[in-house]
Design a protein around this ligand. Sequence first.
Ligand code: IDP
Length: 159
Amino acid sequence: ARSDEGGWTGVNERTFIAVKPDGVQRRLLGEIVRRFEKRGFKLVAVKLVKASEELLREHYWQLRNKPFYSTLISYMSSGPVVAMVWQGLDVVKTARKMLGETNPADSLPGTIRGDFCVEVGKNVIHGSDSVESAQKEIALWFRQSELHRWESSTKTWIY
Ligand code: IDP
């Protein structure tokens, strides 16, 4: 991790979003990307990736003792996921609101999980739960060279 990775705050805050294998299979990628774009966030990295078990075990390290852990790892490795980094003011918190709750049944209509899924084990999308987790997850899923710096032409209309 490079030293400037920790400095992303304010309008430069970043979060890690992954469309899970069910989201990819169900052709929800475009709809999900559309929501983040229209909200005003900036895409700084994206790739289709078949995640290794090793990567997933590290990603879900904190859940290693949960009864659903092995199901979760096989679900997440059952097909390609779309890994993304989105940037913008309060993007970590806002993305979590856009996703809805972990359990789709608790997710309000209008949220991604509230609109597109019904079961906690097939909840179509991941989003970092804090700025600190976002930094760890971005470093885990992406190389520095995959994170792009670019100026959005709509910036002055969003901020
Ligand atoms: P989050 O994804 O909303 O941050 P976490 O508690 O970090 O929620 O759980 C990670 C993922 O593990 C969930 O998104 C979901 O796919 C899966 N998961 C969580 N709780 C359960 C459960 O009770 N049964 C099956 N899978 C679960």
